[in-house]
Design a protein around this ligand. Structure first.
Ligand code: BMA
Length: 372
C-alpha cells in the first residue's frame, strides 16, 4: 500500500515538473540580442536628436508604386527616412495583400531591406472586426473586444488571427537567419472611438486584457523580435487611463494630427507640448522611450509647416522619432502627408532635413550594431 502511495506521489511530481517546464519554455521567451541592442541604441540616440519617419515610404508615393529604392522623401532631400512603418491589416484573414492593396511579401521585403540599411521599422495593425465582419472602423457593435477575450465567442477565432500576425513577425528573417527587430503598435488611438477597440467600445479592464492577451499569444508563438509601442490619440489628461503597464510597453507614443487649416496649428502645438511634457517626465523616471508614432497635416498646405509647426512643437523634447502618415499613390485622393517634388512645402522640408536634430538614415549609425 505504502509502495503504491509513493508511486502515486512520484508520478504526480513528475507530471507537475513536466507541466512547469513546459510553461517555462513558453513564457520565458526573451527578446533576441538584436532586439535588446536596438532598444539600448534607441535610448542613446534620443540624446542626439529625433528620427524622421513615414508610413509605407518605400512602397509607393505620389504617382508611383512598387519601384525599388524609391521614396518621395528621398526624391525631395536625397535621403531615406530613418523610420518606415507598415500595416498588417487583413493578414489576420490570410489575405495576400493588406488593406491598402500592398502585398505582404513586398512588405516583408521592404522591412528586411530597411533593417539592412540600419533603419527602424514600426508595424501597425488595422485589423478587421472579428464580430461583424467589417473593418477596423466598424464600431456598430460594442461587444467586439469582449468577444475576443478568454471566454468570449470569438476567442478561438481571434487566437488564429493573432497567430497569423505572429507568423509574419517570425518570418522577418534575413538570409543569414537574423530575425529583424520591429516595433509593434497594435490597438492604437484607443482614446477615440473610431476603431472597434476604442474608448466607448470596451472597458478599461477589457482594453488592458486585450494587450495582455496579444503579448501572451505572441510570446507563446515564439515572437522575440518585437518592441511594443502604446499610442493613444488623445491628450495627456487621459493618457494613462488604459496604459497596459511598463511590463508590456517599451515605447510610449501618441498620434496627433493637425486639422482644420492653419488655425489648427495652435491646437496642434498645444497638444504636442502637453503630451511631450508628460511623456518626458514619465519616461525619464521610468527609463522608457517616447515617440510621436503618427503625426501630420494632410496635403501639407502650409509651405513652412515642417519648421514652423512640427519642429517648433517638438522643441527641445527628446522623442526618439516622429512619423508622418502615407503618401497615397492615387493622386486624386489627395491623401498625403510628406512632400514630393513640386509640393509646396518641399523647400521648407529641406531646411527641416538639414537641421542637426532631425535624423534621417544617413545621420544614424546602424541601429543593430553596438557601435552607437
Ligand atoms: C488611414 C488612411 C487609410 C488607410 C489606413 C491604413 O489613416 O490612410 O486610407 O487605409 O490608414 O493604412
Amino acid at each position: 500500500m505504502k509502495k503504491i502511495l509513493y508511486m502515486i506521489v512520484f508520478l504526480v511530481s513528475v507530471i507537475m515538473l513536466m507541466t512547469h517546464c513546459k510553461n517555462e519554455t513558453v513564457t520565458i521567451t526573451t527578446q533576441t540580442a538584436e532586439t535588446q541592442l536596438l532598444l539600448s541604441n534607441l535610448k542613446q540616440l534620443s540624446n542626439k536628436g529625433y528620427m524622421f519617419g513615414q508610413h509605407d515610404a518605400t512602397l509607393y508615393g505620389i504617382g508611383w508604386k512598387g519601384e525599388e529604392e524609391r521614396s518621395d522623401i528621398k526624391s525631395v532631400c536625397g535621403d531615406y527616412p530613418a523610420v518606415i512603418s507598415f500595416d498588417l491589416g487583413r493578414i489576420e484573414k490570410g489575405a495576400l495583400q493588406n488593406l491598402d492593396g500592398v502585398l505582404f511579401k513586398d512588405i516583408r521585403k521592404e522591412i528586411i531591406r530597411h533593417y539592412e540599411r540600419g533603419g527602424l521599422v514600426s508595424i501597425s495593425w488595422h485589423v478587421d472586426n472579428p464580430l461583424t465582419g467589417g473593418d477596423s472602423w466598424d464600431v456598430s457593435n460594442k461587444n467586439v473586444v469582449e468577444s475576443v477575450l478568454p471566454g468570449g465567442a470569438n476567442h478561438e477565432k481571434f487566437q488564429g488571427w493573432l497567430q497569423q500576425v505572429a507568423n509574419f513577425m517570425n518570418s522577418l528573417q534575413t538570409i543569414n537567419n537574423v530575425k529583424v527587430p520591429v516595433i509593434f503598435r497594435p490597438w492604437h488611438e484607443h482614446t477615440g472611438s473610431w476603431f472597434w477597440w476604442g474608448q466607448d467600445l470596451c472597458t478599461t479592464k477589457q482594453y488592458k486584457s486585450l494587450w495582455e492577451m496579444t503579448e501572451e499569444s505572441m510570446r507563446k508563438a515564439g515572437v522575440n523580435n518585437v518592441l511594443y509601442a502604446y499610442s493613444p490619440g488623445g491628450d495627456a489628461a487621459d493618457y494613462m487611463e488604459r496604459y497596459p503597464g511598463d511590463n508590456y510597453i517599451d515605447i510610449l507614443g501618441f498620434d496627433t494630427y493637425q486639422f482644420n487649416n492653419d488655425e489648427g496649428a495652435g491646437a496642434f502645438k498645444e497638444l504636442f507640448q502637453k503630451n511631450l511634457e508628460f511623456l518626458d517626465k514619465y519616461c525619464q523616471k521610468n527609463n522608457k522611450l517616447y515617440a510621436i508614432t503618427e503625426a501630420g497635416y494632410e496635403k501639407v498646405p502650409n509651405p513652412n509647416w515642417w519648421t514652423e509647426v512640427l519642429q517648433e512643437s517638438i522643441g527641445d523634447y527628446k522623442p526618439v522619432y516622429v512619423l508622418v502618415w502615407r503618401n497615397a499613390y492615387e493622386q486624386e485622393d489627395n491623401h498625403y502627408f510628406a512632400p514630393f517634388p513640386g509640393q509646396i512645402s518641399e523647400d521648407n522640408f529641406i531646411t527641416f532635413y538639414k537641421h542637426p536634430r532631425t535624423l534621417f538614415l544617413n545621420d544614424i549609425d546602424n541601429l543593430y550594431q553596438s557601435s552607437l
